[in-house]
Design a binder for this molecule. Structure first.
Ligand SMILES: Cc1cc2nc3c(=O)[nH]c(=O)nc-3n(C[C@H](O)[C@H](O)[C@H](O)COP(=O)(O)OP(=O)(O)OC[C@H]3O[C@@H](n4cnc5c(N)ncnc54)[C@H](O)[C@@H]3O)c2cc1C
Length: 369
């Protein structure tokens, strides 16, 4: 007898919800529905962090954090494949030289020594006051474009999308995503996966108060001549300076790491500070015709200004939550996989993290049999 198709409901359509949903589809035997307040196709909102990532794959996993290293490595391989010429997602990515400048001597280059073209930088190539530097080929991505790609891939594989704001997980355990559809037929799913990002703090049945916002403000410029990424690896005044290139010629200048700051709009003084710091470190971001004539100022960046970026990173004190619990509502009962809290590294850990979430879910469903 054929195994019946499992009905899985995922809460959340950020990079974590979409990637997890696709992994579940690719396992086979699952009909996946995502219910989310905000989708990639909706108006950009600070309630949807994924739109605002920088972003690049530049692992920040600690040397003793094997779980995080595993996630980041798996994701790197997937991104490498997707960024190859001819892949349908190719234009979501760009492979460029990356320069990382540190302000303390590191005994090890943070696990980055396996990156393609890895080299120690000569002292002469370091930015002022840096004491150590490495370069390698990094993969940067365009989050809105990549999220559209994931969304389409999910729908093309037969995934179902439902707009809805879940108050308590039990609502979905009993009725599935159909409770949000007019004329839908509510039915209990076989399993639920919670990928609610910052929403995990308030969503009933989770209410994880260790999840908080780490506010990230950035500035996007159109500077197709700047085909490199670089980071000044030190946090000062809740700010870390970086430049990340995108395939479309835009660059992202960062940015803030404001802990427990929930303000949802860009601040003008921060925007100026980001541009001033970035220009002082990397004058190559200014238009070449200006640089030929004189030393550029931030006034020279306004004509190439594209937009302010503002996202609230879903930081969780203990790191990513990957756990499963059975939940009941009325006579319905289902395993609920908790998969949230990706902080500043949701994209670069997405595929590896989703693999672990899927494994948890499969093991829980096996236990029931
Ligand atoms: C400035 C900045 C730069 C960054 N740079 C990088 C980078 O270079 N590399 C990297 O890997 N990461 C980076 N990040 C981090 C990355 O953006 C996040 O880790 C990631 O987007 C988190 O994704 P998520 O799917 O968990 O959350 P989100 O994208 O916020 O998605 C959450 C989803 O859950 C839904 N939801 C929440 N609550 C409910 C509810 N009650 N009912 C229904 N739906 C609900 C939301 O509508 C949404 O669809 C950066 C972030 C910022 C802000």
């Amino acid at each position: 007898m054929a195994t019946p198709v499992k009905q899985i409901t995922v809460i959340g359509a950020g990079v974590i919800g979409l990637t997890t949903a696709i992994k579940l589809q690719e396992k086979g035997g699952n009909q996946v529905t995502i219910v989310a307040e905000i989708w990639p196709t909706d108006h950009p909102s600070p309630h949807y962090t994924s739109h605002w990532a920088g972003g690049h794959h530049c692992t920040a996993a600690e040397s003793d954090d094997l779980r995080q290293q595993k996630m980041d490595t798996e994701t790197f391989h997937v991104f490498w494949e997707m960024s190859a010429p001819g892949h349908p997602a190719e234009k979501c990515f760009i492979r460029t030289p990356q320069y990382e400048h540190y302000f303390e001597e590191l005994g090890h280059p943070r696990g980055l020594e396996t990156m393609p073209d890895f080299k120690l930088m000569p002292k002469s190539a370091l930015i002022p006051e840096a004491v150590f530097g490495i370069s390698f080929t990094a993969i940067s991505f365009d989050p809105p474009m990549y999220l559209d790609y994931l969304h389409k891939r999910f729908l093309d594989a037969g995934g179902k999308m439902v707009h809805g704001s879940v108050q308590h997980i039990k609502q979905v355990v009993e009725g599935g995503a159909a409770i949000f559809e007019s004329g839908g037929t509510p039915a209990p799913p076989d399993a639920v996966v919670v990928c609610a990002g910052l929403g995990a703090r308030t969503l009933g049945g989770v209410e994880d108060k260790t999840v908080t916002s780490v506010r990230g403000q950035t500035v996007v410029l159109h500077a197709p001549w700047a085909k490199f990424g670089s980071t000044r690896r030190v946090i000062e005044d809740e700010m870390i300076s970086y430049v990340i290139p995108r395939h479309n010629g835009n660059i992202v200048l960062g940015g803030t790491l404001n802990v427990d700051d929930w303000y949802p709009l860009p601040r003008q003084e921060t925007k100026v500070a980001i541009m001033e710091k970035a220009l002082a470190l990397w004058p190559e971001i200014a238009p070449p015709e200006v640089r030929k004539e004189r030393k550029p100022t931030i006034e020279d960046l306004y004509p190439i200004f594209v937009e302010d970026g503002l996202g609230l990173r879903p930081h969780r004190e203990q790191g990513i939550r990957l756990e499963v619990e059975w939940m009941e509502s009325n006579s319905a009962k289902a395993p609920v996989v908790f998969h949230y809290g990706h902080g500043a590294y949701g994209f670069e850990s997405s595929w590896g993290s989703a693999s672990m979430a899927v494994e948890l879910l499969e093991n829980a469903l096996k236990e029931r049999r």
